[in-house]
Structure formats: structure tokens, C-alpha cells
Design a protein around this ligand. Structure first.
Ligand code: PEP
Length: 251
């Protein structure tokens, strides 16, 4: 039997943060004591411009990740960042397929899979985001959409520790709205079953994060749902107080 996955609380800073914001990462590192770190992995994904300095600010206590990567390791791709570059600066994770990239840049699940594969090749853990829009939920298509994104974005042959799935209903991101605990439980159980089909026994060990308006006041309830192995946090990851407040759900 595979052990329950170790939880992960991951912050996605999106296009936020100038050099002064590194002080928040230093404060997070000061605030995450050994007791907390024994229970949960912590990760901040700052903008690429801060990622190298963030590794130093985190002092090895909080992992640093990228928010995206190019599917290729190097080449003529102006403005892009490769997974190998992220690995080289000390990152351990990369987010791929965030709904903002799927929407703003027309990223397909095939491209997301190629990016996840690039992350794995570089030695990074790929956090693969999936989630339905409000219209898709209202039309009763949540599991169909999440299932298709998962099937088409998951790299073949990945092991449990190489990938993390983040279920992020698009309508819950940055809106203050969250699904009910029962809705989260239904989708996470579905994802767990799909992972089992795709990965066999490895599927039980993959961390499935919930993301969408997670904050200190709702983290205990959301993190307590079956098959929720942590959170992907946007707005509430920008300050040490809020980020540690979310992580405190695992104290
Ligand atoms: C996100 O950016 O992935 C996210 C979940 O944002 P927020 O927590 O602000 O809803």
C-alpha cells in the first residue's frame, strides 16, 4: 500500500513582485519552524526575474519554482525560460498549464504535457494545473473537462514524486469564491481514480492540490477534504503572514 502523499503548500506569485518582495520570502523562511516543515513542504513560485534571488532568500527552507517553462532545453525562443534554466538557478518545481496561461497564451494540453516532460527531463517536479470554467461547471461538464485535461497533460511514465496535480476551478481563482467541500471531494476523488488508471500504483502517491481563493480562514476546511494533499495559493501567497497562515492548516 502506498503511503499518503506528503502535503505541499505552493504559492504562485504570478506577475507580482519586485526585489523588495524578497523580504516576504525571508520572513516565510524565518516563520516556518521545524515542526511545520516536518509536516508540510513549502514552495514559492515567484516571477522568473526573482527566482534566482528567491533561492537565496528562502535559505533552503522553502523550495522555489518557476511558473512556466518552454518545452525545449535551449534555442531561439526569445523571452522564454527553459526548465533547465530554472533547475540551474536552484528551482525544484515548475508550474505548467495554469489556467491563465491556457487562456492568455492559448496553451493546449498537448503543449502542457510537453512542458511537463521538459520539467521532468531537467529534474524538476511538474505541477500540472487542471480545472473547469464557470460555464463548464454550470453545464455539468466539470469531470469531463478535468478528465480530458489530465489525460492529455500528464507525461507518460512519470513517477508519483515527479508530478503534482493542481485542481483549480477557473471561476474560483482570484474571485473569493470556492467550491463546497463536497464538490472538491468529488473532483479530487475523480482525479485520484484517473491517476490510478494512468499510472497504476504510482497514482496513489501523487499529490493533488486544491487551488482557488485559498486563504488562512478557509484552509483548514479545504485541506481537510479527502484526497486534498495541499494547496496552490495565489493572492494569499504574496505575504508571509497569509502564506504561513494557510500552511498552518497542517500544524
Ligand atoms: C492561482 O493563481 O493559482 C490561484 C489559485 O489564485 P488565488 O489563490 O488568488 O485564487
Amino acid at each position: 500500500m502506498t503511503a499518503k502523499p506528503r502535503p505541499l503548500v505552493a504559492g504562485n506569485w504570478k506577475m507580482n513582485g519586485l526585489k523588495a518582495a524578497l523580504g516576504e520570502i525571508e520572513a516565510m523562511a524565518r516563520g516556518c519552524d521545524a515542526a511545520l516543515r516536518a509536516r508540510v513542504d513549502l514552495l514559492i513560485c515567484p516571477p522568473a526575474t526573482l527566482a534566482g534571488a528567491a533561492v537565496g532568500a528562502a535559505g533552503g527552507l522553502i523550495a522555489i519554482g518557476g511558473q512556466d517553462c518552454h518545452p525545449k532545453a535551449a534555442g531561439a525562443h526569445t523571452g522564454d525560460v527553459s526548465a533547465d534554466m530554472l533547475k540551474d538557478l536552484g528551482a525544484a518545481y515548475v508550474i505548467v498549464g495554469h489556467s491563465e496561461r491556457r487562456a492568455d497564451h492559448g496553451e493546449t494540453s498537448a503543449l502542457v504535457r510537453a512542458k511537463a516532460q521538459a520539467g521532468l527531463r531537467a529534474g524538476l517536479v511538474a505541477i500540472i494545473c487542471v480545472g473547469e470554467t464557470e460555464g463548464e461547471r454550470k453545464a455539468g461538464r466539470t469531470l469531463e473537462i478535468v478528465g480530458a485535461q489530465l489525460r492529455d497533460s500528464l507525461p507518460e511514465g512519470a513517477s508519483a514524486t515527479q508530478v503534482v496535480i493542481a485542481y483549480e476551478p477557473v471561476w474560483a481563482i482570484g474571485t473569493g469564491l470556492t467550491p463546497t467541500a463536497a464538490d472538491v471531494a468529488q473532483v479530487h476523488a475523480f482525479i485520484r481514480a484517473q491517476l490510478g488508471q494512468a499510472m497504476g500504483a504510482q497514482g496513489a502517491g501523487v499529490r493533488i492540490l486544491y487551488g482557488g481563493s485559498v486563504k488562512p480562514s478557509n484552509a483548514v476546511e479545504l485541506m481537510g477534504v479527502a484526497n486534498v494533499d495541499g494547496a496552490l495559493v495565489g493572492g494569499a501567497s504574496l505575504t508571509a503572514t497569509d502564506f504561513l497562515g494557510v500552511a498552518a492548516a497542517y500544524r
